[in-house]
Design a protein around this ligand. Structure first.
Ligand code: ZN
Ligand code: MN
Ligand code: MN
Length: 279
């Protein structure tokens, strides 16, 4: 397992690899821009160089970027959709410049237009973006969601449908967030439920499409549709479930990123808990 956490970029992007190492990470997730703003300055070349150099020396094996929460690639409103696609193009450009392999995004929300329409809009957004950014090496990872509000991606069928509508599906994969799938109703606490959920993922999406995990316990119960992360082992998912995941041979070479609450102060502890489950 290649464990890590979402680390802060306070003090500059170049600081993030070492921040991760100090916490005990082998992989990190970052934002590359302010999450509350649509517009941001382009990356300066010394920022890019600094990040690449620090990353090279750090021993961090994977970096993922989480896209802004503002954007909605499934919006039925033209203005929001245009802003979202533009912002997402900027996100993927930054990743490409920084040499980051994965850009993780919540697929989108239909905001009343209905699920079918929403899923088609999301696929169209991805097609537009991938066409604009031809030849980029950064892959887009669609994150499973808890299904709050009208957000899509709370079932594996949604992800399968979007992937099936893409012109260039090899450039898009999936990030499984344990809190989100649990809140969406997928159980994996017992051997039996774990096997069943994995089968569904395999049959609908394909395990080869799963390029990253977000490891979070859940404050809320199975099927609550509420996205509230909890420290590993302290929520409704529990240690037994995480033991099955961190010992899963088929996921041993992909980044598994913590997004637990309380920020960096608690990551080291959560990483220790996860490592203690390894058999
Ligand atoms: Zn996310
Ligand atoms: Mn997540
Ligand atoms: Mn979440």
């Amino acid at each position: 397992m290649i464990l890590g956490a979402h680390v802060s970029i306070a003090g500059g992007l170049g600081k993030s690899p070492l921040n991760g190492v100090k916490l005990g990470c082998e992989s990190i997730q970052i934002f590359t821009r302010n999450q509350r703003q649509w517009k941001t300055k382009p990356l300066a070349s010394d920022e890019v160089e600094g990040f690449r150099k620090e990353l090279d020396h750090s021993g961090i094996r994977f970096v993922t970027v989480h896209a802004s929460y503002l954007l909605n690639l499934g919006s039925p409103k033209d203005k929001v959709l245009t802003c979202s696609r533009d912002a997402f193009c900027d996100e993927i450009e930054r990743c490409e410049e920084l040499g980051i392999p994965y850009l993780i995004v919540h697929p989108g929300a239909h905001v009343g237009s209905g699920e079918t329409e929403g899923l088609h809009t999301i696929a169209e957004s991805l097609n537009v973006i991938l066409r604009k950014k031809k030849g980029y090496r950064t892959q887009i990872l669609l994150e499973t969601t808890a299904g709050q509000g009208s957000s899509l991606g709370y079932c594996f069928e949604h992800l399968a449908e979007i992937l099936g509508l893409l012109d260039d599906p090899d450039r898009v994969g999936v990030c499984v967030d344990t809190c989100h799938i649990f809140a969406a109703g997928y159980d994996f606490r017992t051997r039996r439920s774990y096997t069943h959920t994995l089968h569904q993922l395999e049959n609908l999406v394909g395990l080869a499409k799963v390029k990253a995990f977000h490891l979070n316990d859940s404050k809320r119960e199975l099927g609550s549709r509420v996205d509230r992360h909890e420290h590993i082992g302290r929520g409704h998912i529990g240690l037994k479930a995480f033991r099955q995941i961190v010992n899963e041979k088929r996921f041993s070479q992909i980044p598994m990123i913590l997004e637990t609450p309380g920020g960096e102060a608690h990551y080291a502890k959560n990483l220790r808990v996860l490592r203690s489950l390894s058999m």
